[in-house]
Design a binder for this molecule. Structure first.
Ligand SMILES: Cc1cc2nc3c(=O)[nH]c(=O)nc-3n(C[C@H](O)[C@H](O)[C@H](O)COP(=O)(O)OP(=O)(O)OC[C@H]3O[C@@H](n4cnc5c(N)ncnc54)[C@H](O)[C@@H]3O)c2cc1C
Length: 265
C-alpha cells in the first residue's frame, strides 16, 4: 500500500528522496499501486521530463518514464520491437507503464525485456551516493533487486541492427511460453535472447566472428544459434511446459528468426 506520495520537480530532489529507505520511484504505477500488505512511499517521476525519445545517429535514447505505448507509436521503431511491445501488455497498461518500470518489474516472460536483451541495451542509473553509471542490460537484469535507491534515467538502444522476434503462446496475444529475440549487427555480431521462463529473459548467444561464429556463413550461425537455444533451456521446466519442449521450440524459433533476417536482406 502506498502510504506517502512525493512528486519531486528536479532530478536532484528525486535522488535525495530515493536515498531514503522505503521510498521507491513511481513510473506508471501499474505494479506499485496494486494492493499489498507492504507499506511503501513513492517518488512520482512524472514531473522530471524523463519521457523523452531522442534519436542520435544510430542510437535511440528512451527516457525512463516513456510509456510503452508512446514507444510503440514512435516512427523510429523497428517492427519486431513493436511486436514485442504489443505482447508485453494490453493497451490500457501500455498507456501507463513506463520502459524503466517494465524492466525493473519484468520476469522471464517479458517480451520487451527479451528484445532489449538481444539488442544489448544500455541502462543509465543515477543516485545521490554514486556518480552516474551505465550498465549493459545483461548485467542489470540479475542486479535489479540491488539497485534500490538508484534511479534509471535512460535506456539506449542501437538502431543499426537487424532484428527478429518469434514467440509461441497459448493464444496469439498471450505472454509467451517460449520466445526468441535476435539482433544482428553489420559486423556479424549476433545476439540471441530467449524468454518465456524464469525470473528474466536469458542471453543464449552473443556470437562474434572472433568467437567463431562467422556471420558470413549463415549455416554456421544457424547451427550455433540452435545449439545455444537448446542449451539455454536445458532446465527450463515449469507449470507451463517441460524443458524438452522448450529446447525444441527455442531451436525452431531461433531458426525462424535467422530465416526472417535473411528474407529481409
Ligand atoms: C492488470 C495488470 C496486468 C499486469 N500483467 C503483468 C504481466 O503479465 N507481467 C508482468 O511482468 N507485469 C505485469 N503487470 C505489472 C506491470 O504492469 C508491468 O510490470 C509494468 O510494465 C510496470 O511499469 P510501471 O511503469 O507501471 O512501473 P511501476 O508500477 O511504477 O514500478 C514498477 C517497479 O519499477 C520501479 N521503477 C519504476 N520506474 C523506475 C525508474 N525510473 N528507476 C528505477 N526503478 C523504477 C518501481 O520502483 C517498482 O519497483 C501487470 C499490471 C497490471 C495492472
Amino acid at each position: 500500500m502506498i502510504t506517502a506520495y512525493h512528486r519531486p520537480k528536479t532530478l536532484d530532489e528525486a535522488l535525495t528522496l530515493l536515498a531514503q529507505p522505503n521510498i521507491l520511484p513511481l513510473g506508471g504505477g501499474t505494479l506499485l499501486s496494486r494492493p499489498t500488505s507492504d507499506s511503501v512511499e513513492v517518488a512520482d517521476l512524472q514531473a522530471l521530463g524523463l519521457d523523452t525519445l531522442t534519436k542520435t545517429g544510430n542510437t535511440l535514447e528512451l527516457g525512463a518514464s516513456l510509456t510503452l505505448q508512446a514507444l510503440l507509436e514512435s516512427e523510429h521503431f523497428p517492427p519486431p520491437l513493436k511486436t514485442a511491445i504489443k505482447l508485453e501488455a494490453p493497451l490500457n497498461i501500455r498507456n501507463a507503464a513506463t520502459v524503466a518500470g517494465t524492466l525493473v518489474a519484468c520476469d522471464g516472460r517479458s517480451t520487451f525485456a527479451g528484445m532489449l536483451l538481444a539488442m544489448d541495451a544500455k541502462i543509465t542509473l543515477n543516485s545521490k551516493q554514486s556518480p552516474e553509471e551505465t550498465l549493459n542490460i545483461g548485467d542489470f537484469l540479475p542486479l535489479r533487486e540491488q539497485v534500490r535507491g538508484k534511479l534509471i534515467t535512460k535506456i539506449v538502444i542501437p538502431l543499426n541492427v537487424k532484428l527478429a522476434f518469434e514467440s509461441v503462446a497459448r493464444t496469439p496475444t498471450d505472454k509467451p511460453i517460449v520466445c526468441a529475440a535476435l539482433a544482428q549487427w553489420n559486423s556479424g555480431r549476433t545476439r540471441l535472447a530467449l524468454g518465456g521462463y524464469g525470473k528474466s529473459p536469458m542471453l543464449a548467444m552473443d556470437g562474434t566472428e572472433t568467437e567463431g561464429v562467422d556471420a558470413s556463413s549463415s549455416d554456421a550461425v544457424l547451427r550455433s544459434a540452435q545449439t545455444a537455444a537448446r542449451n539455454a533451456f536445458h532446465e527450463a521446466t515449469d507449470e507451463w511446459a517441460s524443458a524438452d519442449y522448450r529446447m525444441d521450440v527455442a531451436a525452431t524459433l531461433a531458426k525462424r528468426c535467422l530465416e526472417s533476417l535473411n528474407q529481409d536482406q
